[in-house]
Ligand binder design. Sequence first.
Ligand SMILES: NC(=O)c1ccc[n+]([C@@H]2O[C@H](COP(=O)([O-])OP(=O)(O)OC[C@H]3O[C@@H](n4cnc5c(N)ncnc54)[C@H](O)[C@@H]3O)[C@@H](O)[C@H]2O)c1
Ligand SMILES: [Zn+2]
Length: 361
Amino acid sequence: MHELVLKYPVASSCRIVTGNGVLDHFARFAGESMLMQTAVIITDSNVGSLYAGQVAGNLATAGISAEIITLPAGENSKNLESVTAVYRKLAELHADRGTEIIALGGGVIGDLAAFTASTYLRGLPLLHIPTSLLAQVDSSIGGKTGVNFDGLKNQIGTYYHAHLVVSDTAVLSTLPKIEYINGIAEIIKSASIADGELFSLLEGNIEAVLNRKKELLEEIIFRTIKIKGQLATGDERDASSRRLLNFGHTIGHGIESATGLSVRHGQAIAVGMIAAARIARKLEILGSNDLSRLKNLVSRAGLPLRIEGLNPEAVIDAIRYDKKIINGQVNFVLIKDLGNSFVSQEVTPEMIKTALLEENE
Ligand SMILES: NC(=O)c1ccc[n+]([C@@H]2O[C@H](COP(=O)([O-])OP(=O)(O)OC[C@H]3O[C@@H](n4cnc5c(N)ncnc54)[C@H](O)[C@@H]3O)[C@@H](O)[C@H]2O)c1
Ligand SMILES: [Zn+2]
């Protein structure tokens, strides 16, 4: 078991517990972090049938009653209609500020439940049980909440922190492979920007990671959580250090938009990372050996190096509309070597296009 306490600039802190089987002790962790009497578990149709009973049962043994709200699984649920449905249910249940919201699921449920918790009665206490790899290493950390609006991703949202995150690596055994690989892409990202040792660990053990070997997974997940935690607490609102987490994401989001979200997030950011590394190579910031190592790891993880039939112009158009562009300048994350990154304003659309068109180097 590993543990970490993050201190945020705004007076709140978040305890993160991760390890194999930690969910069995969930009520104890929850009890240690706040006096809980009632809880509402928000989950989705896949995760709920697998784990909601276990969580509610665990709470019951500690004398805490829990209601379960289940939404259909998938990104389509991440909208204001679902939030309204949850608000109604909370009103029906007479939820008050002593009611704990427990987000049990992947990033979709995490973002939606956290948004709901942050707005209902101006804030209910929130606790995350992330169940997808992506949610464990990324979305449950850092306090961003959100829902999609009129086709725009995460257009409506708040910053709101859970006081406890319980990440059980055991639940990953039921995660579909494609979702698992999606999460690996974020782990490779974090290693590339901030932890060269983690990168080497992945390189040496990627097959075991793909086979979800327990001890290894615990170590890798904990290290990745630490990176996100440190970068996100360094700056809460998207400036400086937090920007480094966007490695591969400027192009990745462009690819997602240009392909009408038919390319999965992990695949899009994999291609985005490779293109960003090619740009860094061209600028003679990154060595050719590091570029090859990144390409190798990405492809051994089952992620693509390029997307067939991708139109780079459409990607660039989408990047121009990205909310991270300020005064026409792209804040683009480049790596200097594996484990070191910085934000550059030098990257032009032309460079992005060339990098996306390159097949071999
Ligand atoms: N808040 C943030 O900082 C942040 C960061 C990154 C991504 N996100 C958001 O996260 C979302 C993506 O998250 P995601 O990839 O977890 O998607 P998701 O929540 O849709 O989960 C992926 C799929 O896996 C299933 N699933 C999850 N855990 C499972 C388990 N243990 N066993 C079986 N099935 C399981 C889900 O039901 C779903 O079908 C996006 O909406 C994205 O915007 C937010
Ligand atoms: Zn991402």
